[in-house]
Design a protein around this ligand. Structure first.
Ligand code: ADP
Ligand code: ZN
Length: 228
């Protein structure tokens, strides 16, 4: 059974960090629409040119564009054993498009990371990322400030273009309006789980892993029940 995961939650909830851990632990690709778009902006492709100003304002790139990106990505062979989506879907139309893409595949497991507004503002406006590989600074390294070096690749640690206070508030507003409704959209599904993201990253990882393991055991139980 393929491990098809999506990671929901507000900006700053820790989706990227947790998605990366899952991908490494399970050997499945992490697909982050934010990373794909930032990469396109960085290399100056047509997509990047269209997305840059929108991202700098903290608004959402059009559903049409990101759905196209994800549809193409989920067509590749390396997602056969599963994948983890980070930052997609972000709107109800994107979620509906994903359901259509997933038709005939193993069910989606939907993981939500829940964090209060004031905690998010603090996290986002103080975080640093590596300019070269996008890795988030560890909490203890962020204290070293801008200009410190990435643990993974040695690149310079900088503030993300959209992590300044004004844009952070805009992104949180966008989340409330466009993305929060997904909790309602997915909440009733038997494969939906939500964890408290205002805990140590390792605790969040442990709770997410426990949730996925429990769902896996449930689906195996259901499968053997069907055979009996
Ligand atoms: P965040 O830290 O806000 O979760 P991401 O790295 O996921 O940031 O995304 C950064 C920006 O890229 C978003 O603010 C948005 O402009 C754009 N973006 C990423 N994913 C999507 C998506 N699924 N739909 C629309 N826009 C997106
Ligand atoms: Zn790096």
């Amino acid at each position: 059974m393929a491990l098809n995961l999506i990671m929901l939650g507000p900006p700053g909830a820790g989706k990227g960090t947790q998605a990366e851990r899952f991908a490494a632990a399970k050997g499945i690709p992490k697909i982050s629409t934010g990373d794909i778009l930032r990469e396109a902006v960085h290399t100056g492709t047509e997509l990047g040119r269209r997305a840059k100003a929108i991202m700098e304002r903290g608004e959402l790139v059009s559903d049409e564009i990101v759905i196209g990106i994800v549809r193409e990505r989920l067509d590749r062979d390396d997602v056969k054993a599963g994948f983890i989506l980070d930052g997609f879907p972000r709107t109800v139309p994107q979620a509906k498009a994903l359901d259509a893409i997933m038709a005939g595949r193993d069910p989606l497991i939907v993981l939500n990371i829940d964090v209060a507004h004031d905690v998010l503002v603090r996290r986002l406006t103080t975080r640093l990322i590596c300019q070269d590989c996008g890795t988030n600074a560890l909490v203890e390294d962020a204290a070293a400030g801008a200009g410190s070096r990435c643990r993974k690749c040695g690149g310079p640690m900088v503030q993300r273009a959209d992590d300044n206070a004004a844009v952070v508030l805009e992104r949180l507003k966008t989340y409330q309006r466009d993305t929060k409704p997904l909790v309602e959209f997915y909440g009733a599904r038997p494969t939906y789980r939500s964890v408290n993201g205002a805990q140590a990253p390792d605790t969040v990882t442990a709770e997410l892993e426990a949730a996925v393991a429990a769902l896996g055991a449930m689906s195996k139980g259901a499968a053997s029940g069907a055979r009996a």
